[in-house]
Design a protein around this ligand. Structure first.
Ligand SMILES: [Zn+2]
Ligand SMILES: [Zn+2]
Length: 176
């Protein structure tokens, strides 16, 4: 699996929110460096690395299965590892996520912009310092995700949110 490069707007890079960093791997990528549950617990798993960066760890339930999920911290990547086997359902299934430390629910209202999705449920993670949130669509199989940064122009945030390193229909795992 290869990371494909997407251009990240310079305007955004010059004012990256705390919790996100810019790294060079031949080209530039945006990586989530710190992300929290609403109670302030770090969700970063130093010991489980994807693309050689620490991953984001959540407790996830999909249909009747539940366990830990480790998500690639590269912005727009949908690579993930599970310590359980989520059954791939044919019907629409929504995932529920909780903090692995305090078990607080991470699900929150979310209007998914992905074509044909129509989900109103998401999983919301918090950047440090109350600077913003990262949300992903809770519908199993949907790659929808959005960044919201306090004070950032909505146009810029839309552009960054739309970055999708693997594109839809890639050979990677789908989001949740
Ligand atoms: Zn917590
Ligand atoms: Zn969706």
């Amino acid at each position: 699996m290869q990371l494909t490069h997407s251009e990240i707007p310079l305007e955004f890079l010059s004012s990256l929110p705390e919790g996100m960093k810019f790294i060079h791997r031949g080209k530039g990528y945006m990586v989530v460096e710190e992300i929290l549950c609403p109670n302030g617990h770090s969700l970063i798993a130093e010991s489980v690395r994807i693309h050689d960066e620490p991953s984001i760890k959540l407790h996830l339930s999909v249909a009747l299965e539940s366990g830990l999920i480790f998500i690639d911290a590269f912005w727009g990547s949908h690579a993930k590892l599970y310590n359980f086997i989520p059954k791939i359902a044919t019907e629409t299934v929504y995932a529920t996520a909780t903090c692995p430390v305090c078990d607080v629910s991470l699900n929150a209202p979310y209007d998914c912009h992905e074509l044909g999705c129509g989900s109103h449920e998401g999983i919301r993670l918090h950047l440090p310092g109350g600077q913003g949130t990262i949300s992903v669509c809770a519908r199993h199989g949907c790659p929808g995700h959005r960044l919201e940064v306090r004070g950032a122009p909505p146009r810029l945030v839309e552009t960054v949110s739309a970055i999708n390193f693997f594109g839809e229909g890639g050979d990677d795992f789908a989001a949740f």
